[in-house]
Write a protein that binds this ligand. Sequence first.
Ligand code: BDR
Ligand code: CA
Length: 312
Amino acid sequence: MPESILIDTDPGIDDFMAILFALKSPELDVLALTTVFGNHYIEITTRNALVTLELAGRDDIPVARGAYAPLVRAYHGPPTSVHGHDGLGDAGFTTEPESEAAHTRAAQFIVEAVMSRPGKITLVPLGPLTNIAMALKLEPRLVQATKRVVLMGGVAFAPGNVSPVAEANIHNDPEAAAVVLGANWDVVMVGLDVTTRVVMPPRYIGELGESGSIYGKLVARVVPHYQAYHSQAYGNDGALYTHDPSAIAYLIRPELFTTVRHPVRVDTWSGYGMGQIIVDRSSKWYPGVETTICADVDAAGVLELFRERITR
Ligand code: BDR
Ligand code: CA
């Protein structure tokens, strides 16, 4: 039986890649996409989710629009240097989607979906955790009813990407992250500790584009802007970090990842540490809930899995 997943997403170039990866993986049944602000305004991330599904030939999958801003802070607008002015790398995916978002908003959609099938549905957040926190506030029984949460976000032992210590999805709504990581459910954190070790070189991307697969062509088309950003920001010569697709890889092949379990807290102070994941390595200071943290990864294994699925 495939694992039923709800992907909460802010497409976003790597969200686009992750969604295609999930759709091509028989181990996963993508029930719906819920959208959140982050890589762009909510209107644009919702449009991009609809466009992604249409390009993938899967507009049968519902999309529910979610939060336009963090729980208690302001949203400061899209990082266009990373994901382009349209959030999809300005790659010419300009046709307006024919499909529309559901009438139900994301948090309510998540509650209804999970409570209708207790113990069966996995949440896969790939953006700020606002919708998931709101869903928990609407329905606290989600904690027991959700099978597990596998999220891309945070960093435990490596440097951050929006500050020396914080990763973008957590930094974009630290209060929501504190709610989600503080709840007593099974959370797996696929963060920068592993996603920055899974590096897609330009040759690999070129081969996806020339593989003859439609999904491979879509990936090769969406990434040039992201490659340019990586070159400028990290001196990577066009090689990409594999953020959101790594969470999908964990769902399919957890044995490619080395994990540790510790209690964590999120720094919600508005200082230099905002959005930092504070790991209690001794499990002494914050007794109670432990988060599964991906600490290392078989990067070649993840790249091979992604290639195999996208070009299949
Ligand atoms: C995360 O931030 C976003 O820009 C990406 O889509 C990914 O989810 C990486 O820090
Ligand atoms: Ca994302």
